[in-house]
Design a protein around this ligand. Structure first.
Ligand code: IPE
Ligand code: IPE
Ligand code: MG
Length: 250
């Protein structure tokens, strides 16, 4: 992103770690599953908001991390089922709303019905333009960088690329989000202040926003608050504050 564009601009790409579903349910003495179902409802509202805002081009949501397999088997099974039923219910609606769906992560670990639905959703919505909705599923930032390194190594082994030619641009070309703008605004709900292996490369210059709000309670007003905080910040990308201020004045 160029420095000029960054001054008080709205975020083009928002990336969210949707955390706190389990605690939301536990606070109500309900099973964690209820929290995950409530989390899906929150997703619907946030997607709707972002699709309606013409300045937001990409919304990335962390749905299942490469580490989430460590959860109890019952919870993993529940999340997989919820993932599949949500896709079954939502793909048509996303398509109607002109939203392009995209998945990042190692999908080979999912069962074939789920993989099929993911591909179907991507194909059906591939030409939509209101918003790109990126769902990170069995995704990890380290996995992303590792798979990019594998591809680059294959290109070197085949003689197509010289090791001296490797630079950030080449590595970036093989990362999952190569064709999309980097996240401008990162939001994590649920009170934890960590990145949990999400988009490690892409977050290099992203503005971070943490909120105590648990994901099922995160609504359009809460998102607006995060965007307002983003707009109040001066993104310097290594420059001084005075340099950025000079660029902003006509
Ligand atoms: C986020 O909520 C959803 C997923 C990781 C799938 P959590 O399930 O992590 O909720 P907490 O952190 O236990 O409250
Ligand atoms: C991160 O949340 C992953 C998703 C939201 C999908 P976690 O709740 O799994 O993160 P940690 O383990 O507490 O860092
Ligand atoms: Mg959590």
């Amino acid at each position: 992103m160029s420095v000029e564009r960054s001054v008080l601009a709205a975020p083009r790409h928002i990336a969210i770690i949707m955390d706190g579903n389990g605690r939301w349910a536990q606070q109500r003495l309900l099973p964690r599953a209820v929290g995950h179902h409530a989390g899906v409802k929150a997703v619907r509202k946030i997607v709707e908001y972002c699709a309606a805002d013409s300045q937001i081009e990409v919304l990335s949501l962390f749905a299942f991390s490469s580490e989430n397999w460590r959860r109890p088997e019952t919870e993993v099974t529940l999340l997989m089922r919820l993932f599949l039923t949500t896709l079954q219910d939502e793909i048509d609606r996303l398509h109607k709303n002109n939203i392009r769906l995209r998945f990042i992560g190692d999908r080979t670990a999912f069962d074939s019905a789920l993989q099929q639905k993911m591909t179907e959703g991507e194909l059906k919505t591939q030409h939509n333009t209101a918003l790109t909705l990126v769902i990170a599923a069995n995704y990890g930032g380290r996995w992303d960088m590792t798979q990019a390194c594998k591809i680059v190594s294959q290109r070197i082994a085949s003689g197509e690329l010289s090791p001296c030619a490797i630079n950030e641009t080449i590595l970036n070309q093989h990362l999952c989000l190569a064709d999309l703008p980097e996240p401008d605004l990162f939001i994590r709900t649920g009170g934890e202040q960590r990145v949990s292996n999400f988009m490690l490369w892409q977050l290099a210059y992203t503005e971070l926003y943490f909120t105590q709000t648990l994901w099922p309670d995160f609504n359009q007003a809460a998102l607006q608050e995060a965007i307002t905080s983003f707009k109040s910040r001066q993104r310097r990308f290594g420059h001084t504050g005075d340099q950025i201020a000079a660029l902003a004045t006509p």
